[in-house]
Structure formats: structure tokens, C-alpha cells
Design a protein around this ligand. Structure first.
Ligand SMILES: [Mg+2]
Length: 383
């Protein structure tokens, strides 16, 4: 089937909402081609929040869409990864959660989270005291990456009496996880937060208690890592992403890590003589997309072996990599900035809800759901 015919069928399908004609052409084309399908020259990166899930609920036909990327024996035939700015739990745990929610077998190497690039900083901070901030299990994420002297901001703040003057008014209680660092005993007494300077703070996932976290981070960052002491050199500060907003089950967008960064930065800069210095990771940085391409590449040999085509191992170059996302400023902008071979597909199940394409960061294709996106990709690739 020619690309023109495919696009025509696609237009008819989206305009008339009559799936029959398109599905017929698509199925005929793909099933015919897939018999002699040997090695895919394409891969797919899916955003999670607003594309695959809303909260913990699958959205846009995502389980069915992803099943199309496996063969009848349940082996992956199309390389794909999840490329999310979210996080807060180790990749292995996220993979098993996704497997359960979607009814598929997702491997940890297919999960690229906002904080995954923090691994690259292990050499620099392996034995230094670092503070991990955010919901979930930020310290255990960092421990798994190899940071040996990491403490969560919950544990850290709990060592300082009166550091949070609002604490008595907070009705919730912060349940401290068991210490994950061998340097801590049950009471956490083996590390002296009053003499050991924090060398870096990592915002791993969305902070929970903004007022305390902004207060304690300002203390750490202004004093060179010893709250309550004199002004000192600012320790390093890293954010897993800079998303202003993201989509959950609530009808309108929620404030994300980028909003927290703006709040922290504004307050720090108003109360300190030097401007805040920090580094943000996550989409839309092209490095994230380049890394995703490398990881997708690593999933190709398995596909080759499945098709007894091992002679082509490691010689694969993707002709097209698809980014399927819901956030124009993050997913689409990132794919566009990175350029070839990325092709961006915008869904309407999350942050973006427009009728036409986005004005500022237009995608290569706009669809309603992730299932439509996968149908389009498979039809185009088998055309
Ligand atoms: Mg999203």
C-alpha cells in the first residue's frame, strides 16, 4: 500500500469516524507484510502519563495498542520503550507495575524515567552526602543507581529540631521508610548531619511537602550544606525534569516539578545574594531522546534473534523513531528539537486537548489515542 493511500485512508477514518475502511486496509496490509517482516527499521517511545495511563488507569486503549507490538507467542517484535519524565520508584519496580496494569511483560530496561540520567553522576557523588527529594522512594532510587551516602529529605529534615516551623500544624505524618543506607542505623545516628556537608540535592520526583522542602533546600543551598550555619558555596542541585504541568485523573493539569523549581528559585533568589544554580534533566532535552534511541537499539538484537536474522545484529540504524506523547512543550518539542529520525505523534488523552495541531509545537501527526497512533505506525511501516 502506498503512503498516499495510507494517508488517504487515515484521513477518511479520522474525518468520518468510520473505522471500518481504514482498519480493513490496515489489517490487510500489515498481515500481508508481517509474514515476511524481518527486522524493524523503526522503534517507538511512549510517554506514560496522559498517553498510556491516567493515574493508575490505562487510557486510550493502551493495553490493546501495546499488544500489537508483540507476536502471537508474546515476544516483542517492535522495539519500544517508555520515556517518561515521571518517577519516584526504581525502574524495576515501575516495570513490574506497568506489567501488571497493562497485562504485558515490561522489562526494567524499557523504562526510562526523568531521574534515569542521575546514574551518570554516581562517579562524582558516590561517597558524598546527597539529599534525595520527592514522592515515592527517592532515596532508594538513588541507592539503586549506586549512590552510597544518600538520605531522603524526610529523614534529613527529621534530624533538625524546629527546622520546619509549620510542622506542628501539619495533620499528616511522614512515615519514614527503613534506612536504605548501610551508614545509618535504625535511629539514623551514624551520619552526623551537623558536621557532614550535603554536596548535592537531587529532586527525584514531585516534592510532597513544598513548604518544608523549599525551606530545607534553601537552608542546604545557602549554607554550603550545613543548615543553620553561615553562608557558604551552593551545593549542586539537580532536577529530574522541568515539567510545569502534567495530567492526572483531575480534569485540569496539575503543577509539576517545573512549578516547584520556579517557586524554589524565586524564593532563593529573593533571600540570597547569588542566583540559584541548577541542572534539569528529562524531556524535552535532546540528550534524553538520543539516549532513548540507544536503548531502543539495544532491544533490536532480541528482535533479530526472534526472526533468525542475527547476521544483521548491531548494524541496525533506525529509519524512524516515533515519540507518542500528550504534552506539546515536552514530548513534541523534544522530538522536534532532536530531529532525524524522530517523528512526533500527539494524543488528545492528556495535557493536549485541542481540535487542530498545537500552535507553538506542532506534531507530525495528531491522533485521539495511543491505539490510533500504533495503528498508524504499523500501517505506515508495512506500507
Ligand atoms: Mg505526559
Amino acid at each position: 500500500m502506498s503512503f498516499r493511500l495510507l494517508t488517504k485512508a487515515w484521513r477518511q477514518r479520522t474525518q468520518s469516524k468510520n473505522h471500518t475502511a481504514f482498519s480493513h486496509i490496515l489489517l490487510r496490509s500489515f498481515s500481508h507484510k508481517s509474514e515476511r517482516f524481518s527486522r524493524p527499521s523503526f522503534g517507538i517511545a511512549f510517554d506514560i502519563d496522559g498517553v498510556i495511563l491516567l493515574g493508575n488507569t490505562p487510557v486510550g486503549g493502551s493495553p490493546a495498542a501495546l499488544r500489537k507490538l508483540y507476536d502471537t507467542q508474546g515476544r516483542m517484535k517492535i522495539p519500544y520503550v517508555f520515556l517518561t519524565n515521571g518517577g519516584g520508584i526504581p525502574e524495576a519496580k515501575r516495570a513490574s507495575q506497568l506489567s501488571q496494569l497493562l497485562g504485558l511483560s515490561v522489562s526494567p530496561s524499557q523504562v526510562l524515567q526523568g531521574h534515569s540520567p542521575f546514574r551518570q553522576l554516581v562517579d562524582r557523588f558516590e561517597h558524598e552526602l546527597v539529599v534525595a527529594v520527592g514522592k515515592g522512594e527517592p532515596a532508594s532510587v538513588m541507592s539503586e543507581y549506586g549512590f552510597k551516602n544518600v538520605i531522603s529529605i524526610d529523614e534529613y529534615a527529621s534530624r533538625f529540631e524546629n527546622i520546619d516551623p509549620l510542622a506542628p500544624y501539619k495533620k499528616w505524618t511522614t512515615k519514614l521508610a527503613a534506612p536504605q543506607n548501610p551508614k545509618f542505623d535504625k535511629n539514623g545516628l551514624r551520619i552526623d548531619v551537623f558536621s557532614e556537608r550535603v554536596q548535592a540535592a537531587f529532586v527525584v520526583s514531585d516534592p510532597v511537602d513544598w513548604s518544608r522542602d523549599i525551606q530545607v533546600l534553601c537552608d542546604i543551598l545557602k549554607t554550603g550544606g550545613l543548615p543553620g550555619r553561615n553562608v557558604g558555596m551552593q551545593p549542586q542541585l539537580y532536577f529530574a525534569n522541568d515539567d510545569l504541568e502534567y495530567q492526572t485523573k483531575f480534569p485540569s493539569e496539575r503543577l509539576g516539578m517545573g512549578a516547584f523549581r520556579i517557586a524554589l528559585e524565586s524564593i532563593f533568589n529573593r533571600t540570597h545574594s547569588h542566583s540559584l544554580e541548577y541542572t534539569s534533566f528529562g524531556k524535552p532535552h535532546p540528550s534524553v531522546f538520543k539516549n532513548a534511541a540507544t536503548v531502543l537499539q539495544q532491544h533490536v538484537p532480541q528482535v533479530y534473534e526472534d526472526f533468525n536474522d542475527i547476521n544483521h545484529k548491531n548494524t541496525q540504524h533506525f529509519q524512524t523513531l516515533y515519540m507518542v506523547g500528550d504534552n506539546p512543550a515536552v514530548d513534541i518539542r523534544g522530538a522536534r528539537q532532536t530531529g532525524h529520525p524522530w517523528f512526533s505523534i500527539l494524543t488528545r488523552t492528556g495535557v493536549f486537548k485541542g481540535k487542530e495541531n498545537h500552535d507553538k509545537f506542532p506534531a507530525d501527526l495528531v491522533v485521539d489515542t495511543v491505539e490510533e497512533a500504533v495503528d498508524y505506525i504499523l500501517a505506515k511501516e508495512s506500507a
